[in-house]
Design a protein around this ligand. Structure first.
Ligand code: CTP
Ligand code: MG
Length: 417
């Protein structure tokens, strides 16, 4: 991730979001930088970032952090982004929001055509709002776009405490973020901007740009005061979402308190082994005499290994290679049940237990159908929860279709105990 020069992003990505999170949160009055304040158990910045990694098109994410918290911010961004971390960068912010936006824009590569600028303080903004603004910019003939909501209160103009007049609210909207623009035009607007406009659309318009509105979302409100924080927390709780995401400091080692979903966690695992006619065939903890075996440092049981990885992933406990060592002599020839028992034990140490597992065997041989129940029972006995086994071929396509090897994909649900 970059500091102040163009970050090393994957090439050719044409959309980006700059998330400004460098403010101090004076009006919130907690004494911690606002983006690092917990909102119902998960840091505000983590909540703000989560929807960005669900967007359908590849999107760069630049987070502008308080200068004193850049390292903490990098760790947080990496944890929320997961495999998409290469699409992210963290840069230190400026003295005001204006400076922070400029710092974020500065590291974007020129492949980016559409940029959204977003306040971390609007941490419950749904992914659909980002998509709406991106779509508008793509079709917008160079205009900028702001999400807007109608004003519902009657608005008065006052002088001191004297009400001068009622303002026609039909012509007024409240605007939110993300606000979206063609990147080159927004950069030019910031270069010539002298005023401390309170939003990016103001900067863009002051430089002669046209700004239009798209529908906003009530959940995209900005957390400014303690009352706003309470509102955000009650919205999250009403959705049963007090858990998940990056735990707040001091939260118990990553295992969430049971929410409305009982704290269930979901995991995924995939494994592939090549056939090796010289090895005995063990798949899903069963022996298949007369069938070609699978090569591997252990017994090559792709089904057991995929289930093991799904269990570990559900507990955020890493993977089979990292936990048990793919070349550790202790596991030479180890049967699949050894890894499964190890995964269940690691889950137990983390206060978790398997609830259910599914695994699909992908390949031509061995045929699973006749031994499905037996395989389910053998796996369930070790996992300690129901296991559903299914099988498929790939219609003659790919390595499984050619009969080069066997693949398996598994899911696991685990629960707090
Ligand atoms: N922001 C920023 N850099 C600054 C100031 C603000 O990145 N120097 C960001 C904030 O982190 C926030 C957004 O701009 O996500 C909107 O600002 P605001 O709600 O005013 O947040 P704070 O400045 O943190 O709060 P306060 O004004 O109460 O100190
Ligand atoms: Mg501020």
């Amino acid at each position: 991730m970059a500091d102040t020069t163009t970050a090393r992003f994957p090439s050719g990505v044409d959309r980006a979001v700059v998330v400004v999170a460098a403010g101090s949160g004076t009006r919130l009055g907690i004494g911690t930088a606002k983006a690092f304040v917990p909102v119902a158990g998960s840091l505000m910045l983590a909540r703000a970032l989560e929807p960005l990694f669900t967007l359908p098109a590849p999107t760069l994410v630049v987070v502008v952090a308080p200068a004193s918290l850049v390292d903490e911010c990098r760790a947080l961004v990496a944890s929320v982004a997961g495999a998409a971390v290469a699409y992210t960068a963290v840069v230190p912010g400026g003295a005001d929001r204006h400076g922070s936006v400029e710092a974020g824009l500065a590291v974007l590569p020129d492949s980016v055509t559409a940029v959204l600028v977003h306040d971390a303080a609007r941490c419950l903004t749904p992914a659909a709002q980002f998509s709406r603004v991106f779509d508008a910019v793509a079709d917008g003939d160079g205009a900028g776009f702001v999400p807007a909501l109608p004003v519902t209160d009657t608005i008065k103009r006052v002088e001191g405490d004297v009400v001068v007049e009622t303002v026609d609210r039909a012509a007024l909207v409240g605007v939110q973020t993300p606000q979206g623009f063609p990147l080159a035009a927004l950069r030019r607007a910031y270069e010539v901007s002298e005023q401390a406009e309170t939003d990016d659309a103001g900067v863009f318009q002051a430089a002669g740009g046209t700004v239009r509105s798209v529908p906003g979302d009530a959940d995209a409100f900005k957390i400014t005061t303690p009352w706003d924080l309470g509102r955000a927390e009650s919205i999250v709780r009403s959705r049963g979402g007090t858990d998940g995401g990056v735990p707040a400091p001091g939260a118990d080692g990553g295992v969430p308190a049971p929410g409305a979903d009982g704290g269930l966690r979901f995991g995924l695992g995939v494994d592939v082994h090549a056939f090796d006619v010289a090895s005995p065939c063990r798949v899903g903890l069963l022996d298949f005499p007369g069938e070609p075996g699978l090569s591997g440092h252990s017994d090559g049981d792709a089904v057991a290994h995929a289930v093991c990885d799904a269990l570990l992933s559900a507990g955020a406990l890493g993977d089979i290679g990292g936990r048990f060592g793919t070349s550790d002599p202790a596991y030479a020839g180890a049967t699949g049940d050894v890894f499964l028992r190890g995964a269940v034990a690691l889950l137990a140490e983390a206060g978790l237990a398997p609830s259910s597992v599914t695994v699909q065997v992908i390949g031509n041989r061995p045929r699973i159908g006749a031994r499905r129940t037996e395989m389910q029972d053998a796996l369930a006995a070790v996992v300690g929860a129901p296991v559903a086994v299914s099988g498929t071929t790939t219609d003659g396509l790919g390595f499984t279709g050619r009969g080069d090897g066997l693949a398996a994909i598994a899911t696991a649900v685990v629960r707090p105990v």
